[in-house]
Write a protein that binds this ligand. Structure first.
Ligand code: OAD
Length: 276
């Protein structure tokens, strides 16, 4: 059986749901004028945006990737949050047990007043500047635009640019010993900050059954974000997908909802009863 498309039934479900998890992606900001990653608009200067937003691309051509990010910072600062960001922010304020996982780095949910403790920026922020060499340097909320003259949006500058470890004398580091079995998740060091963030999300998910999982403007293809949808569904959550692409309804059943619409247009309507 296909998912429900009834706005009225969904309004009742949101109103009565106590624990709500939301996963947002680039589609939420589309109506503000920001391009998505995949599909139309997913190209920047003929480069695939998903391939540029990677550490490998940065290592290959730092100037090109800096320009890509400078362009995205500039664009994000010139647009405004839309009605979808505001509706989500209001729902977050209204519901005590609400958590929004956003893959967006554009700063629009924070600017719409989404409470900080109910928003996890899974992919960071365009306005937090972090050292690539992991020396630990991070500068939060830097809205300077341009960051330097070469990244001036109107500039015609093109591309082409510009280890660590302890000394433990552990036997397993002796090349004469066989390579030990290492559990990548448990045994290797991970960024304490990201890990802490995801542990907090996991703790929130485990705290109790999730009544409703909102999947807004995302292809839900990128992990770890994507994993939360299946997990919530397995834990009994109804899933509501808000996305103009019919393929995004795949895997939904008759307990779920699908709204094939622009998030900015339909979210205020979907949450109107819960926010009344
Ligand atoms: P995608 O570009 O993969 O997907 C955007 C989704 O939004 C698509 O499913 C569209 O159908 C949908 N969409 C488009 N316009 C919409 C609208 N007006 N209202 C609602 N939905 C709309 O973007 P993400 O899923 O966010 O990671 O991509 C996830 C991650 O992939 C990004 O955060 C980025 C990229 O690699 C990093 O940069 C680390």
């Amino acid at each position: 059986m296909p998912p429900s498309t009834s706005v009225q039934d969904f309004q009742d479900i949101v109103t009565s749901s106590d624990r709500i998890l939301a996963l947002c992606g680039a589609g939420l900001s589309a109506a503000s004028g920001l391009p998505t990653f995949r599909g139309a608009g997913g190209l920047w200067r003929n480069h695939d945006a998903t391939a540029l937003a990677t550490p490998d691309a940065f290592e290959d051509d730092p100037a090109l990737v800096w320009l890509f990010y400078a362009w995205r910072r500039h664009l994000s600062l010139t647009v405004e949050p839309n009605a979808g960001h505001y509706a989500l922010a209001e729902l977050a304020k209204k519901k005590e047990n609400f958590l929004c996982l956003s893959q967006n780095v554009d700063g629009l949910s924070p600017r719409a007043g989404h409470p900080e403790d109910k928003l996890r920026l899974l992919h960071g922020s365009l306005f937090d500047i972090k050292c690539f060499d992991e020396c630990g340097y991070i500068e939060k909320n830097n809205h300077k635009d341009p960051l330097c003259p070469a990244l001036e949006p109107a500039s015609s500058v093109n591309s082409s640019a510009a280890g660590s470890g302890g000394s433990h004398k552990l036997p397993l580091l002796d090349p004469k010993n066989p390579v030990p079995k290492i559990d990548v998740k448990k045994d290797l060091p991970h960024c304490p900050q990201c890990k802490h963030g995801l542990l907090q999300v996991d703790a929130w998910v485990r705290r109790g059954p999730i009544a409703l999982m909102l999947v807004i403007g995302t292809g839900a293809q990128v992990y770890p974000a994507a994993g939360y949808v299946g997990r919530a569904k397995r834990m009994g959550a109804r899933v509501a997908v808000i996305n103009p692409d019919p393929e995004s309804a795949e895997g939904l059943d008759d307990r779920d909802f699908f709204f094939q619409s622009d998030a900015a247009e339909i979210l205020p309507q979907l949450f109107s009863k819960a926010l009344a």
